[in-house]
Design a protein around this ligand. Structure first.
Ligand SMILES: Cc1cc2nc3c(=O)[nH]c(=O)nc-3n(C[C@H](O)[C@H](O)[C@H](O)COP(=O)(O)O)c2cc1C
Ligand code: SF4
Length: 683
């Protein structure tokens, strides 16, 4: 019998109207971008279902399901304006209900926070024709017929959600169309929808009225609203509270979900949704103040990543429902683990915000260290299936790929030994953590180490793996997770004169006064090394051959680097390629060219740093390959379907051999961990 912590404030139920939430934890609206033709099909459903199985009280589906066709999806949003959505949503709702989870949906008109050049090619609109920097559309000013049409669209969309059996809806009002009328930054209208606060809220109140008329008095309707834009030219806290009170006084709304900040630029967005290295729960006290001020049901989410902070939010009456959204992207079973007294096994959200950055790049949400998220159909969040045949598994390397392999194999019941050449685990993550703002990344390693310890994985540190000591373990399976080393040999001449980004990050080389950093990878190591150089006070030019700077780093993750580079006066040059480096006296002369012209220029400098990803450390793999049963082969056909077909190309071989992570090729943490999970979950 599992002991239930009856006094845990997080596990107390909460009621709005007839609707009882079984605990205080919710997932706030977030568009995972899994929609297919605007519809939440299997992938979407299984994602929410997994979180329902994990015990969440409320899952707010969609992020901004769009109510009108002239609100074209910005990041693959659901189409709330289509009748076909109803059966798909109903399936999600019905299945989540079986686990006692309430299901709502956020609806919106995106206004200027989208682009016009896709879907139905309708013009984008806003309260006034002011461009949103992040999405770059030039909106038209909403006309009277637009306003009437959209009010009706909201009502009809709400009706569809009710028809899908959903428990309620949330109207989005931050950075989208409705609040573009509230904010002095975006509403310059001279008609009855501009000017004083009455006029600026008139449109939203009509929308609320239309929704309430459509769904009747019992259906739960809330507003996720900006209550202070925290912006010199934007909506003040006083005005925000005034609007909140106006909305409450209609008696047509059942809860508010509080937002502080504005989201029209990536930099502004990171203050609303903070990344790793930024303050935790920065707006919790503010949301609590709104609760005090309004005495109304208040929901809120913003980097409440750990259970202790969530508990504090409820215990101290700051919130009624607490959103742990990214935390549930990382671990869908948080509530179950709280109930089962297994809080220490929660896979931590390390705040990397890989999940959110990806949707802004037109890709789907994935978690940097939980490859099962969004792949619920064929990847397990927890390894529960035990092997029938216990095998001896030797893993070489205790970086993210190696530790994931060790964790999964050990949880499957195999006997696992890890060889690690360094004195501690972590691999490249140890380098990342040298940047204070990214130190939470160590959670990726620590979580795996704690499971490895529980499952008796033997980790041999300071142990250089050789064919001999590996084979002395008599392994059935060998997993090579040896990673890579920086690849700096990419120049026509002078590669021996350059340093790598790892040299800079690890402190292996002294930083000179004027430096060129050639970043041909466009990812984090280049930015991290650049930051270290700039922080030292050196003159720095970053040269990139790309058309856009740092293409592998998402918009939100780029923010703290951009701030630093601007403040430190770092020069960024794009579309140029480093050709070669020569020594002249005690200085270096670099030649710089480009893919676009034959023109070559030279620059004199003290130090050159090159970032071009890593070269696999794969000698061991190739040495072991000939005596392996599978000859290193992985059956991709079954792998991509979530299966695994053990290959026997050399039946006389002694072991199966696999290679994962950067030992295969230079990629990222997610790829490395996914390599290991998808192979090891079946062996
Ligand atoms: C992938 C992703 C998509 C999101 N999309 C939306 C959205 O469409 N509408 C919305 O109101 N918030 C959206 N959010 C913000 C979340 O609702 C939440 O406010 C934010 O993640 C901060 O909470 P957390 O720290 O608990 O994750 C999104 C967040 C993520 C991670
Ligand atoms: S990618 Fe990072 S921020 Fe997003 S859920 Fe995973 S750990 Fe959390």
């Amino acid at each position: 019998m599992i002991p239930v912590m009856k006094n845990d404030p997080l596990l107390l139920p909460y009621k709005i109207k007839h609707l009882e939430f079984k605990n205080r934890l919710m997932i706030s609206a977030h568009e995972p971008s899994y929609a297919e033709e605007g519809l939440p099909k299997d992938r979407y459903r299984l994602y929410h279902l997994e979180r329902a199985k994990g015990g969440i009280a409320l899952t707010m589906t969609a992020g901004s399901a769009v109510v009108s066709p002239d609100s074209p999806p910005a990041y693959n949003n659901l189409h709330a304006y289509k009748d076909e959505i109803v059966p798909w949503l109903k399936k999600i709702t019905d299945e989540c209900h079986e686990y006692g989870t309430k299901v709502m949906i956020q609806i919106t008109h995106l206004g200027r926070r989208t682009s016009w050049n896709h879907s139905d090619w309708l013009p984008v609109l806003s309260a006034s024709p002011i461009r949103e920097p992040a999405h770059r559309s030039f909106p038209k000013e909403a006309e009277d017929w637009d306003i009437d049409r959209i009010i009706k669209d909201y009502g009809e969309a709400a009706q569809r959600m009710q028809a899908a059996g959903m428990d309620g809806i949330e109207i989005e009002a931050y950075g989208h169309l409705l609040d573009s009328f509230w904010s002095p930054a975006t509403n310059k209208r001279l008609d009855k929808f501009g000017g004083n606060i009455e006029n600026r809220t008139a449109f939203s109140l009509k929308v609320i009225d239309s929704i309430r008329k459509s769904v009747g008095k019992d259906f739960v309707v809330g507003v996720r609203m900006v209550t202070d834009e925290d912006w010199k030219i934007g909506l003040s806290k006083e005005e925000g509270i005034q609007i909140a009170k106006k909305i409450i006084s209609t008696n047509k709304i059942d809860f508010l979900n509080i937002i502080k900040g504005h989201i029209d630029t990536d930099a502004a967005l990171t203050k609303v949704i903070p990344l790793q290295g930024m303050a935790s729960a920065p707006h919790l006290d503010f949301a609590g103040e709104i609760k005090q001020e309004t005495k109304f049901p208040i929901f809120h989410a913003a980097k409440i990543n750990d259970v202790a902070t969530a508990r504090h939010a409820i215990a101290n009456g700051k919130l009624d429902m607490v959103g742990m959204t990214r935390a549930h992207i990382a671990d869908p079973h948080i509530v179950k683990k709280i109930i089962e007294n297994r809080e220490d096994s929660i896979r931590p959200c390390v705040g990397a915000t890989y999940c959110l950055d990806r949707i802004y790049e037109g890709r789907e949400t994935l978690c940097i260290h939980n490859p099962a998220t969004g792949r619920e159909k064929f990847m397990p969040h927890e390894i529960n299936s035990k092997t029938k045949t216990i095998k001896k598994v030797v893993v070489i390397g205790a970086g993210p790929a190696g530790l994931e392999a060790a964790r999964v194999c050990a949880q499957r019941g195999h006997k696992v030994v890890v060889f690690e050449a360094a004195s501690s685990a972590g691999g490249q993550i140890n380098l990342i953590c040298r940047s204070i703002k990214r130190k939470d990344m160590i959670g990726i390693i620590d979580w795996r180490l704690s499971i490895c310890k529980k499952y008796n994985v033997k980790i041999n540190y300071n142990c250089l793996a050789t064919t001999e000591n590996i084979l002395s373990e008599k392994p059935n399976i060998i997993i090579v997770a040896t990673g890579g080393i920086p690849n700096t040999k990419i120049l026509e001449e002078g590669s021996d004169l350059v340093s790598s980004t790892w040299d800079i990050i690890s402190g292996n080389v002294n930083i000179q006064d004027d430096v060129i950093l050639y970043d041909d990878n466009g990812s984090f190591p280049g930015l991290q090394a650049a930051e270290i150089i700039a922080n030292k006070g050196s003159r720095l030019e970053i040269i990139s051959p790309e058309r856009f700077f740092s293409p592998e780093v998402g918009g939100m993750n780029y923010v703290p680097y951009a701030k630093n580079f601007i403040e430190k006066g770092v020069n960024i040059t794009i579309s140029k390629r480093l050709k070669g480096v020569k020594k002249r006296d005690n200085r270096l002369v670099v030649s710089v060219t480009s893919d676009y012209s034959d023109k070559t220029e030279t620059k004199e400098i003290s130090q050159v740093v090159v970032e071009h990803g890593t070269v696999p450390l794969d000698d061991l793999y190739f040495n072991l390959k000939k005596d392996s049963i599978n000859q290193g082969v992985v059956d991709y056909k079954s792998l991509i379907k979530g299966g695994f077909n053990e290959i026997s190309k050399n039946p006389k071989g002694n072991y199966h051999l696999y290679r994962v992570g950067d030992a295969v090729s230079s990629r990222n943490i997610h790829a490395a961990i996914y390599d290991s999970l998808r192979i090891c979950k079946n062996i």
